[in-house]
Design a protein around this ligand. Structure first.
Ligand SMILES: [Zn+2]
Length: 348
Protein backbone atom coordinates (compact mmCIF):
# COMPACT_ATOMS: atom_id res chain seq x y z
CA UNK A 1 0.00 0.00 0.00
CA UNK A 2 1.45 3.33 -1.02
CA UNK A 3 1.41 6.05 1.56
CA UNK A 4 1.60 9.77 1.07
CA UNK A 5 3.57 12.12 3.29
CA UNK A 6 3.60 15.80 2.45
CA UNK A 7 7.18 16.96 1.82
CA UNK A 8 8.73 19.63 4.02
CA UNK A 9 8.96 22.83 2.00
CA UNK A 10 11.58 25.49 2.63
CA UNK A 11 11.50 29.01 1.17
CA UNK A 12 14.93 30.50 1.67
CA UNK A 13 17.40 32.93 0.14
CA UNK A 14 20.28 30.52 -0.44
CA UNK A 15 20.79 26.96 -1.56
CA UNK A 16 20.67 24.62 1.46
CA UNK A 17 23.98 24.00 3.25
CA UNK A 18 25.12 20.38 3.30
CA UNK A 19 23.82 19.77 6.82
CA UNK A 20 20.31 20.78 5.71
CA UNK A 21 20.18 18.00 3.14
CA UNK A 22 22.14 15.13 4.71
CA UNK A 23 23.02 14.09 8.23
CA UNK A 24 26.47 12.73 9.23
CA UNK A 25 26.96 9.28 7.75
CA UNK A 26 24.61 9.91 4.85
CA UNK A 27 25.68 10.50 1.28
CA UNK A 28 24.03 12.17 -1.65
CA UNK A 29 24.31 12.55 -5.36
CA UNK A 30 23.40 15.88 -6.89
CA UNK A 31 21.72 15.51 -10.29
CA UNK A 32 21.80 18.98 -11.80
CA UNK A 33 21.26 20.97 -14.97
CA UNK A 34 24.69 21.85 -16.37
CA UNK A 35 23.40 25.31 -17.32
CA UNK A 36 23.37 26.11 -13.61
CA UNK A 37 27.15 26.14 -13.47
CA UNK A 38 26.93 29.62 -15.01
CA UNK A 39 25.50 30.80 -11.69
CA UNK A 40 28.37 31.52 -9.25
CA UNK A 41 26.30 30.66 -6.14
CA UNK A 42 25.46 27.27 -7.60
CA UNK A 43 29.02 26.56 -8.70
CA UNK A 44 30.30 27.24 -5.19
CA UNK A 45 27.54 25.21 -3.59
CA UNK A 46 28.31 22.19 -5.77
CA UNK A 47 31.91 22.06 -4.53
CA UNK A 48 30.62 21.09 -1.07
CA UNK A 49 29.53 17.71 -2.40
CA UNK A 50 31.49 14.64 -3.37
CA UNK A 51 29.16 13.10 -5.94
CA UNK A 52 27.38 14.93 -8.68
CA UNK A 53 26.05 14.28 -12.15
CA UNK A 54 25.40 17.10 -14.63
CA UNK A 55 22.80 16.68 -17.38
CA UNK A 56 21.35 18.77 -20.18
CA UNK A 57 17.73 19.61 -19.41
CA UNK A 58 15.00 19.03 -21.99
CA UNK A 59 13.03 16.26 -23.63
CA UNK A 60 16.09 14.21 -24.71
CA UNK A 61 16.93 13.70 -21.02
CA UNK A 62 13.53 12.12 -20.54
CA UNK A 63 13.91 9.62 -23.37
CA UNK A 64 13.85 6.00 -22.16
CA UNK A 65 16.39 5.27 -24.91
CA UNK A 66 19.19 7.11 -23.09
CA UNK A 67 18.16 6.19 -19.54
CA UNK A 68 20.23 2.96 -19.19
CA UNK A 69 23.42 4.87 -20.03
CA UNK A 70 22.65 7.60 -17.49
CA UNK A 71 21.68 4.97 -14.94
CA UNK A 72 25.02 3.18 -15.26
CA UNK A 73 27.02 6.39 -15.05
CA UNK A 74 25.22 7.52 -11.89
CA UNK A 75 25.51 4.05 -10.33
CA UNK A 76 29.26 4.07 -10.84
CA UNK A 77 29.50 7.19 -8.68
CA UNK A 78 27.47 5.82 -5.77
CA UNK A 79 28.19 2.09 -5.78
CA UNK A 80 29.51 2.10 -2.23
CA UNK A 81 26.56 3.94 -0.69
CA UNK A 82 23.89 1.97 1.16
CA UNK A 83 20.27 2.28 0.12
CA UNK A 84 19.18 3.92 3.37
CA UNK A 85 22.20 6.21 3.53
CA UNK A 86 21.74 7.74 0.10
CA UNK A 87 19.79 10.74 -1.11
CA UNK A 88 19.23 11.94 -4.65
CA UNK A 89 19.10 15.71 -4.90
CA UNK A 90 17.50 17.04 -8.09
CA UNK A 91 18.51 20.59 -8.99
CA UNK A 92 16.90 22.06 -12.10
CA UNK A 93 13.65 22.50 -13.97
CA UNK A 94 10.86 20.04 -14.78
CA UNK A 95 12.83 17.61 -16.94
CA UNK A 96 15.60 17.27 -14.35
CA UNK A 97 12.98 16.63 -11.66
CA UNK A 98 11.29 14.00 -13.81
CA UNK A 99 14.56 12.26 -14.63
CA UNK A 100 16.11 12.38 -11.15
CA UNK A 101 12.79 11.53 -9.51
CA UNK A 102 12.47 8.41 -11.64
CA UNK A 103 16.06 7.48 -10.91
CA UNK A 104 15.51 7.90 -7.14
CA UNK A 105 12.33 5.85 -7.23
CA UNK A 106 13.91 2.96 -9.13
CA UNK A 107 17.49 2.82 -7.82
CA UNK A 108 17.61 -0.06 -5.31
CA UNK A 109 13.79 0.08 -5.32
CA UNK A 110 13.77 3.62 -4.07
CA UNK A 111 16.06 6.02 -2.25
CA UNK A 112 15.31 9.34 -0.62
CA UNK A 113 14.68 12.34 -2.92
CA UNK A 114 15.11 16.08 -2.42
CA UNK A 115 13.96 18.63 -5.00
CA UNK A 116 15.56 22.00 -5.57
CA UNK A 117 13.54 23.50 -8.43
CA UNK A 118 15.32 26.24 -10.34
CA UNK A 119 12.59 27.36 -12.73
CA UNK A 120 9.41 29.10 -11.65
CA UNK A 121 7.30 26.37 -13.26
CA UNK A 122 9.11 23.66 -11.32
CA UNK A 123 9.06 25.71 -8.10
CA UNK A 124 5.27 26.09 -8.13
CA UNK A 125 4.24 22.94 -9.96
CA UNK A 126 6.32 19.97 -11.06
CA UNK A 127 8.54 19.75 -7.95
CA UNK A 128 5.48 19.09 -5.79
CA UNK A 129 3.03 16.67 -7.33
CA UNK A 130 5.05 13.50 -6.72
CA UNK A 131 5.03 12.60 -10.40
CA UNK A 132 8.06 11.75 -12.47
CA UNK A 133 8.15 10.52 -16.00
CA UNK A 134 10.17 9.42 -18.98
CA UNK A 135 9.04 9.36 -22.60
CA UNK A 136 8.86 6.47 -25.01
CA UNK A 137 8.79 7.09 -28.73
CA UNK A 138 5.00 6.74 -28.57
CA UNK A 139 4.00 8.88 -25.66
CA UNK A 140 5.12 11.41 -23.08
CA UNK A 141 5.48 10.67 -19.38
CA UNK A 142 4.08 7.17 -19.70
CA UNK A 143 7.02 5.55 -17.89
CA UNK A 144 7.11 6.77 -14.35
CA UNK A 145 6.07 6.48 -10.74
CA UNK A 146 4.40 8.48 -8.03
CA UNK A 147 7.30 9.29 -5.73
CA UNK A 148 7.22 12.24 -3.38
CA UNK A 149 10.38 14.06 -2.30
CA UNK A 150 11.07 14.29 1.41
CA UNK A 151 12.02 17.97 1.13
CA UNK A 152 11.68 20.76 -1.42
CA UNK A 153 13.93 23.83 -1.26
CA UNK A 154 12.83 26.96 -3.09
CA UNK A 155 15.77 29.36 -3.20
CA UNK A 156 15.27 33.01 -3.99
CA UNK A 157 18.79 33.82 -5.16
CA UNK A 158 18.66 31.08 -7.78
CA UNK A 159 15.19 32.03 -9.03
CA UNK A 160 16.39 35.63 -9.30
CA UNK A 161 18.56 34.57 -12.23
CA UNK A 162 15.53 33.58 -14.31
CA UNK A 163 15.09 35.51 -17.55
CA UNK A 164 11.87 37.48 -18.15
CA UNK A 165 10.32 34.99 -20.58
CA UNK A 166 10.71 32.16 -18.05
CA UNK A 167 9.05 34.24 -15.35
CA UNK A 168 6.18 35.12 -17.66
CA UNK A 169 5.80 31.46 -18.61
CA UNK A 170 5.67 30.51 -14.93
CA UNK A 171 3.09 33.23 -14.44
CA UNK A 172 0.77 31.44 -16.91
CA UNK A 173 0.72 28.48 -14.52
CA UNK A 174 0.37 30.89 -11.56
CA UNK A 175 -2.76 32.37 -13.13
CA UNK A 176 -4.16 28.89 -13.66
CA UNK A 177 -3.62 28.19 -9.97
CA UNK A 178 -5.22 31.51 -8.97
CA UNK A 179 -8.29 30.79 -11.11
CA UNK A 180 -8.59 27.36 -9.45
CA UNK A 181 -7.95 28.73 -5.96
CA UNK A 182 -10.40 31.65 -6.15
CA UNK A 183 -10.61 35.11 -4.67
CA UNK A 184 -7.88 35.34 -2.04
CA UNK A 185 -4.99 34.43 -4.35
CA UNK A 186 -6.61 35.93 -7.43
CA UNK A 187 -6.95 39.37 -5.84
CA UNK A 188 -3.24 39.44 -5.00
CA UNK A 189 -2.31 38.92 -8.64
CA UNK A 190 -4.18 41.88 -10.05
CA UNK A 191 -1.39 44.13 -11.27
CA UNK A 192 -0.82 45.73 -14.64
CA UNK A 193 2.96 45.99 -14.30
CA UNK A 194 5.46 43.52 -15.60
CA UNK A 195 5.66 40.38 -13.48
CA UNK A 196 8.94 40.04 -11.58
CA UNK A 197 10.37 37.49 -9.16
CA UNK A 198 10.34 40.13 -6.42
CA UNK A 199 6.62 40.49 -6.83
CA UNK A 200 5.93 36.75 -6.95
CA UNK A 201 8.26 35.59 -4.18
CA UNK A 202 5.97 36.36 -1.18
CA UNK A 203 3.07 34.67 -3.00
CA UNK A 204 4.84 31.37 -3.67
CA UNK A 205 3.78 29.59 -0.43
CA UNK A 206 0.10 30.26 -1.13
CA UNK A 207 0.46 29.09 -4.75
CA UNK A 208 2.28 25.92 -3.72
CA UNK A 209 -0.18 25.23 -0.88
CA UNK A 210 -3.03 25.21 -3.35
CA UNK A 211 -1.32 22.49 -5.37
CA UNK A 212 -0.95 20.34 -2.24
CA UNK A 213 -4.60 20.89 -1.34
CA UNK A 214 -5.54 19.32 -4.67
CA UNK A 215 -2.83 16.62 -4.66
CA UNK A 216 -3.68 15.51 -1.10
CA UNK A 217 -7.21 14.62 -2.17
CA UNK A 218 -5.81 12.01 -4.53
CA UNK A 219 -2.00 11.69 -4.29
CA UNK A 220 -1.82 8.60 -6.51
CA UNK A 221 -4.49 9.59 -9.02
CA UNK A 222 -6.92 6.85 -8.19
CA UNK A 223 -9.90 9.14 -8.73
CA UNK A 224 -10.40 12.17 -10.94
CA UNK A 225 -9.73 14.76 -8.26
CA UNK A 226 -6.42 15.97 -9.67
CA UNK A 227 -7.89 16.55 -13.13
CA UNK A 228 -8.72 20.17 -12.33
CA UNK A 229 -4.98 20.90 -12.41
CA UNK A 230 -5.31 20.35 -16.17
CA UNK A 231 -7.23 23.59 -16.58
CA UNK A 232 -6.09 25.25 -19.82
CA UNK A 233 -3.81 22.33 -20.68
CA UNK A 234 -5.76 20.60 -23.50
CA UNK A 235 -5.23 23.38 -26.02
CA UNK A 236 -2.06 24.35 -24.12
CA UNK A 237 -0.36 21.04 -24.93
CA UNK A 238 -1.37 21.26 -28.60
CA UNK A 239 0.15 24.74 -28.94
CA UNK A 240 3.23 23.86 -26.91
CA UNK A 241 4.02 20.89 -29.14
CA UNK A 242 3.12 22.52 -32.43
CA UNK A 243 4.82 25.89 -31.93
CA UNK A 244 7.44 25.18 -29.25
CA UNK A 245 5.83 27.73 -26.95
CA UNK A 246 6.98 27.87 -23.35
CA UNK A 247 4.69 25.71 -21.23
CA UNK A 248 3.06 28.46 -19.16
CA UNK A 249 2.61 30.68 -22.18
CA UNK A 250 0.77 27.85 -23.96
CA UNK A 251 -1.35 27.21 -20.86
CA UNK A 252 -2.31 30.90 -20.76
CA UNK A 253 -3.61 30.58 -24.33
CA UNK A 254 -5.49 27.43 -23.28
CA UNK A 255 -7.07 29.46 -20.47
CA UNK A 256 -8.33 32.02 -23.01
CA UNK A 257 -10.06 29.22 -24.91
CA UNK A 258 -11.48 27.65 -21.72
CA UNK A 259 -12.99 30.98 -20.65
CA UNK A 260 -14.63 31.47 -24.06
CA UNK A 261 -16.07 27.98 -24.11
CA UNK A 262 -17.22 28.07 -20.48
CA UNK A 263 -19.17 31.27 -21.00
CA UNK A 264 -20.74 29.91 -24.19
CA UNK A 265 -21.84 26.78 -22.36
CA UNK A 266 -23.36 29.10 -19.76
CA UNK A 267 -21.22 27.55 -17.04
CA UNK A 268 -19.61 30.91 -16.41
CA UNK A 269 -21.21 34.32 -15.78
CA UNK A 270 -20.33 37.23 -18.08
CA UNK A 271 -19.06 39.17 -15.09
CA UNK A 272 -16.56 36.47 -14.03
CA UNK A 273 -15.61 35.93 -17.65
CA UNK A 274 -14.73 39.60 -18.19
CA UNK A 275 -12.73 39.77 -14.97
CA UNK A 276 -10.56 36.75 -15.82
CA UNK A 277 -10.25 37.56 -19.52
CA UNK A 278 -9.04 41.07 -18.78
CA UNK A 279 -6.31 39.85 -16.44
CA UNK A 280 -5.17 37.22 -18.95
CA UNK A 281 -5.11 39.71 -21.80
CA UNK A 282 -3.07 42.17 -19.78
CA UNK A 283 -0.21 39.68 -19.48
CA UNK A 284 -0.89 37.24 -22.34
CA UNK A 285 -2.54 38.90 -25.32
CA UNK A 286 -4.56 36.31 -27.20
CA UNK A 287 -2.37 35.03 -30.04
CA UNK A 288 -4.81 32.90 -32.03
CA UNK A 289 -4.70 35.36 -34.95
CA UNK A 290 -0.98 34.67 -35.16
CA UNK A 291 -1.01 30.90 -34.56
CA UNK A 292 -4.49 29.77 -35.58
CA UNK A 293 -3.88 29.89 -39.35
CA UNK A 294 -0.87 27.60 -38.94
CA UNK A 295 -2.50 24.57 -37.40
CA UNK A 296 -5.00 22.41 -39.22
CA UNK A 297 -7.90 20.50 -37.69
CA UNK A 298 -6.17 17.24 -38.57
CA UNK A 299 -2.94 18.23 -36.84
CA UNK A 300 -4.77 19.51 -33.75
CA UNK A 301 -6.68 16.22 -33.61
CA UNK A 302 -3.45 14.24 -33.88
CA UNK A 303 -1.88 16.25 -31.04
CA UNK A 304 -4.94 15.97 -28.82
CA UNK A 305 -5.12 12.21 -29.42
CA UNK A 306 -1.52 11.66 -28.37
CA UNK A 307 -2.16 13.57 -25.17
CA UNK A 308 -1.75 11.13 -22.28
CA UNK A 309 -5.02 12.33 -20.74
CA UNK A 310 -6.94 10.84 -23.66
CA UNK A 311 -9.52 8.20 -22.86
CA UNK A 312 -9.89 5.22 -25.17
CA UNK A 313 -13.45 6.07 -26.11
CA UNK A 314 -12.15 9.35 -27.49
CA UNK A 315 -13.56 11.55 -24.82
CA UNK A 316 -11.46 13.85 -22.76
CA UNK A 317 -12.00 15.15 -19.25
CA UNK A 318 -12.15 18.79 -20.20
CA UNK A 319 -11.88 21.29 -17.36
CA UNK A 320 -14.40 24.15 -17.70
CA UNK A 321 -15.02 26.99 -15.29
CA UNK A 322 -18.12 27.90 -13.37
CA UNK A 323 -16.44 30.88 -11.75
CA UNK A 324 -13.32 31.88 -9.87
CA UNK A 325 -12.36 28.90 -7.71
CA UNK A 326 -15.01 26.75 -9.39
CA UNK A 327 -13.52 24.35 -11.95
CA UNK A 328 -15.90 21.87 -13.54
CA UNK A 329 -14.73 18.65 -15.18
CA UNK A 330 -16.93 17.27 -17.94
CA UNK A 331 -16.41 14.40 -20.37
CA UNK A 332 -16.14 16.03 -23.78
CA UNK A 333 -15.80 14.43 -27.19
CA UNK A 334 -12.53 15.23 -28.91
CA UNK A 335 -14.60 15.97 -31.97
CA UNK A 336 -16.43 18.74 -30.08
CA UNK A 337 -13.15 20.24 -28.91
CA UNK A 338 -11.86 20.40 -32.48
CA UNK A 339 -15.13 21.94 -33.69
CA UNK A 340 -14.96 24.58 -30.94
CA UNK A 341 -11.29 25.33 -31.71
CA UNK A 342 -12.27 25.81 -35.34
CA UNK A 343 -15.19 28.05 -34.45
CA UNK A 344 -12.85 30.22 -32.39
CA UNK A 345 -10.18 30.33 -35.12
CA UNK A 346 -7.57 28.41 -33.14
CA UNK A 347 -7.36 25.94 -36.04
CA UNK A 348 -8.16 26.13 -39.71
ZN1 LIG B 1 1.24 22.88 -16.55
Amino acid sequence: MRTYLKPEIFYQDNLPPKEQVITPGQECIIVYDIMLTEIPEFKNWLTMFEHYYGVTGGEALKSIKYFPEHFDKICRKILHASRTGLKVIAVGGGSIGDFAGFFASSYKRGVSLINIPTTLLAAIDSAHGGKNGLNSSFSKNQIGTFYFPEKVFICRKILNYLPEDQILSGFGEVLKTAILAGDSLWDKLQIDDEITMNYLWPLLPEIVDHKYKVVEKDPFEVTNKRRILNLGHSLGHVLEKQFNLLHGEAVAQGLHFTLDWSVEKKHLSREDYKKMKLCLETHFPCIKEELGPHITKARALELLMTDKKMDLDQELNFVYLKGLGLPHVEKTKVYNIIAKLFQHSWVT
